[in-house]
Design a protein around this ligand. Sequence first.
Ligand code: FNR
Length: 183
Amino acid sequence: NPYRVAVVVGSLRKQAFSLRIGQALAKLAPDALKLEIVTLHDLSFYNQDLEAQAPADWLAFRDKIKSADAVLFVTPEYNRSIPGVLKNAIDVGSRPYGQSAFDKKPAGVVSNSPGAIGAFGANHHLRQCLTFLNMPVLQQPEAYVGGVGDAFNEQGDLVKDSLREFLQKYIDAFAAWVAQQYK
Ligand code: FNR
């Protein structure tokens, strides 16, 4: 059976490059992985007061993460950090205390930007959370995808060969690494 990978997309934008990269990775993934896109449009704000009767959208998100064997975060950078929607998803998934959906799941981080720095700041702020969440994170290859503005056509197809080659390398390495974690 393939390892199930929840691809958590850190942007709500319909035409988000982050979503397109997630979809491209799903297509490029080897048979050993099954990628499922998880978007955050329906996820309400974390509020500890609600934990005793947690909202259905929190429970659904936690279940999606729990049922996955690994988590791949594809995120843009907002103000040199991660978007609030992604931080909220991390907070929702991490609770109740001691029952984090993320605990011990192998993870990957693919940050991206139309700019040149490839959302390095978001990538490493996210890694700070993942360290605390006890998630082993793939270290190499790193994925700071810059210059993403010309990578997709109107239909959302990946048209930049250099990025396709990189994403292929990345997802193959991720597959090998996830398999190793479950040995
Ligand atoms: C941005 N953008 C941005 N880009 C970047 O490389 N570093 C940054 O710190 C920021 N900061 C930032 C803040 C806010 C509030 C917005 C809306 C945007 C630009 C960002 O990379 C661009 O909008 C991407 O297209 C967003 O990613 P998605 O939605 O295409 O996945």
